[in-house]
Design a protein around this ligand. Structure first.
Ligand code: GDP
Ligand code: MG
Length: 309
């Protein structure tokens, strides 16, 4: 058997597998938590709020000598109420369309509901001959006796190729899921260098970390009305990285909520984000946050464009 070479410098052992696997499912089922687990690094932010993920996020899992799985996280499929929501659904469909394997995640602790049924319909329509792996997630908070009938239905009735229950939170069975996905990928050289984890650059990472800290503190409609824009990123003498970022909201009332009493909320968010950014960027950070009202930005295409949505 001959050894095949992919990108420059890579020697590929025989039987090496590689390809794209899309994580699809409705909002809040744990796709981003699962991506971070599969990759072993925080590449996607996570929050208790639906529609936290707004972009396609790549996370690469390398299994030394055996293969490389390029996982693609996507926004949850849902009923859109704004142009933003439509973009999110489009992104999700596009991500699913690009993949070699589809990983369909649902929240097993809630059971298989109408939202999951809707996603199942979309998957069946668009899958073609591609393998679909059903992943009941959050098994840490459910009665496992309920899983068996579902596994049977998924394979017999729905024609899914595998069912792999996991807990993305505890990591239970996540390694096995990675193995099952790998076994469904075609043989071929790696798609990315073997130490590659994500294509998300520092600029996106910075705004996402700020948004994550905000989402952890906001309730009801406010989280969806939030976006974060990077205004300035400037290394200053003495090893200090100066970051200016704007938090967009849709209404003055939301601005007041984000700022908090006497500026308390904004201060907490800023401190927490700065600490994580210093750790991740390995440098001291000065983070200045501004809050700006941009009426109905979720329906305004130029703003969505500026946000890369
Ligand atoms: P996504 O919208 O599908 O990407 O979901 P997220 O990854 O953002 O997770 C949504 C919420 O579910 C967060 O609060 C997570 O901490 C939580 N979560 C994700 N996976 C698990 C799990 O396996 N068990 C439990 N108990 N919670 C989880
Ligand atoms: Mg997500």
């Amino acid at each position: 058997m001959s050894e095949e070479t992919g990108f420059p410098g890579a020697t590929v052992p025989p039987g090496f597998r590689s390809g794209f696997a899309a994580l699809v499912g409705r909002a809040n089922v744990g796709k981003s938590t699962l991506l971070n687990r599969l990759v072993g690094a925080k590449v996607a932010i996570v929050s208790p709020v639906p529609q936290t993920t707004r972009n396609r996020i790549l996370g690469v899992a390398n299994l030394p000598g055996r293969g490389q799985v390029a996982f693609l996280d996507s926004p949850g499929l849902h009923r859109p109420q704004h142009n933003l929501g439509e973009r999110l659904n489009e992104t999700a469909r596009q991500v699913a369309g690009e993949a070699d394997v589809l990983v369909f995640v649902f929240d097993a602790s809630l059971g298989f509901g109408p939202g999951d049924e809707h996603v199942r319909g979309e998957i069946q329509q668009g899958r073609g001959s591609r393998p679909v792996i059903l992943v009941p997630n959050k098994v840490d908070q459910m009665n496992k006796g309920k899983l068996l009938p579902l596994i049977e239905q998924a394979t017999k009735e729905w024609g899914f190729d595998d069912v792999v229950p996991v807990s993305a939170l505890s990591g239970d069975n996540v390694v096995r899921l990675c193995e099952v996905v790998l076994s469904r990928l075609p043989e071929g050289p790696p798609l990315y260098p073997l130490d590659y984890v994500t294509d998300q650059g520092d600029r996106r990472m910075i705004t996402e970390i700020v948004r994550e800290k905000l989402l952890a503190r906001l309730r009801q409609e406010v989280p969806h009305a939030i976006a974060v824009v990077l205004d300035q990123l400037e290394p200053r003498p003495g090893g200090l990285l100066h970051i200016d970022a704007s938090i967009l909201v849709e209404r003055p009332t939301q601005k007041a909520i984000v700022i908090g009493k006497g500026g308390a909320m904004l201060k907490e968010v800023g401190t927490e984000a700065r600490k994580e950014l210093e750790e991740r960027l390995g440098t001291r950070v000065y983070l200045k946050l501004w809050v700006k009202v941009r009426e109905n930005w979720r329906d305004r295409d130029p703003i969505l464009h500026e946000l890369g949505l």
